[in-house]
Design a protein around this ligand. Structure first.
Ligand code: SF4
Length: 374
């Protein structure tokens, strides 16, 4: 397939692996930030093909997984409100809240609709002026421009029945929080290429300098990841700590200025709670002054919050790379994609779902590894 096969060439992959084996003289631990990168690494068995000592730690870059239970519970409340049309991307529907999910609210008669763009939700609001339409705006910097554009579209149409429940998170403060953790295990990062295609990578330069860690902006195909890992290991072996751009075919240092301007206009930076991790300063986006009228959290009074129930899900430790899914006693038994106990098993970007779909068990290597080495 043109433009994909070039990045999946087995001969080139073997060459990159051989170079990595020749360059690495000691163990290094690298974190891939993005859940999409995790899926490629695990599905292709790349993490198991790396030279001994090079370990990939799967980071918190799955937006569904880091959305707090309180936000899911709020979404469930709104979705069950009689005159509300609750719209969301499909990957949020099965995420468990405290006691139910959007899919169960829909099955019970709630008007929950899957949309493919926030602009679809605006169109529903325009077509159904007597209904209050709420869009669940979840994601990293990648989805923020489209969400900002939807708010601007609703404003230009003069809509008063459209709002968003916003749970946006930002990557650089999360990387900083990981590096500030005294138990931090990470020697270098693969930054998420799609986030950087929007934001550029100037925000990462002070992080690399202050914490003396390499950050390599990396794409999502197997050869992208192998090259990103190789670039990071080259830096570590030579004592450098810089931001490098492996994904130059899509990312420029300054990113997409038009998209950034839309984000700046509609949102402002605020402290943010991350599921399983806790509050990280300045790590989220909320609607900016002048756009609060589109904030669903202000439209609808909140009911009493039930305390976050104790769960056997160890998502927080998975998301910070302290543990892997096969360390979780529920993995593959009580927790599967059909019956998920936690968000990392629900989301298509979740680490637990990536391990499960690749057939990973604690005892057996992945089928992808077997295929690649046979
Ligand atoms: S396997 Fe399930 S219960 Fe365990 S950490 Fe992953 S999502 Fe949570």
């Amino acid at each position: 397939m043109k433009y994909l096969d070039e990045y999946r060439d087995p001969a080139l992959a073997r060459r990159l692996l051989a170079e990595l084996g020749a360059v690495a003289t000691r163990p290094w631990r690298l974190m891939e930030v993005c859940g999409g990168q995790t899926h490629t690494l695990v599905r292709q068995g790349i993490d198991e093909l790396l030279p001994a000592g090079i370990r990939m730690i799967h980071g918190p870059g799955c937006p569904v997984c880091v959305t707090p239970v309180a936000v899911i519970d709020r979404a469930l409340e709104l979705a069950a409100t009689p005159d509300v049309v609750f719209t969301s991307f499909g990957d949020m529907l099965r995420v468990p809240g405290t006691s139910t999910s959007l899919l169960q609210v829909k099955a019970a008669g709630g008007d929950v609709r899957v949309v493919y763009s926030p602009a679809d939700a605006v169109r529903i609001a325009a077509a159904e002026p007597r209904r209050r339409v709420v869009f669940l705006a979840v994601g990293f910097e990648t989805t923020a421009p489209a969400n900002a554009a939807a708010v601007l579209l609703a404003e230009s149409l003069g809509l008063t029945n459209f709002s968003m429940l916003v749970s946006h998170v930002l990557v650089p403060p999360a990387i900083t929080a990981i590096l500030e953790d005294p138990e931090c295990l990470v020697d270098g990062f693969l930054a998420a290429g799609h986030v950087c295609s929007v934001m550029g990578y100037t925000e990462y330069e002070p992080i690399a300098a202050r914490y003396r860690v390499p950050l390599v902006v990396t794409g999502f195909e197997p050869l992208d990841l192998l090259e990103g890992i190789l670039m990071a290991v080259h830096q570590l072996e030579s004592g450098r700590h810089e931001v490098e751009n492996q994904y130059a075919r899509a990312v420029h240092r300054d990113g997409n200025q038009v998209a950034q301007e839309a984000i700046r206009r509609v949102f402002r930076v605020a402290d943010k709670e991350w599921r399983g991790i806790g509050s990280i300063p300045d790590s989220g986006l909320v609607l900016a002054d002048g756009y609060e009228r589109f904030d669903a959290a202000l439209w609808f009074p909140s009911g009493p919050r039930s305390p976050e129930s104790a769960s056997e899900c160890i998502a927080g430790q998975i998301l910070t790379g302290v543990k892997t899914p096969t360390d979780c006693p529920a993995y593959g038994t009580r927790c599967t994609p059909r019956h998920p106990l936690g968000a990392p098993m629900v989301s298509s970007e979740g680490t637990c779902a990536a391990f499960f779909s690749a057939g990973r068990t604690a005892a057996a290597p992945s089928p992808a590894l077997n295929a690649a080495t046979s």
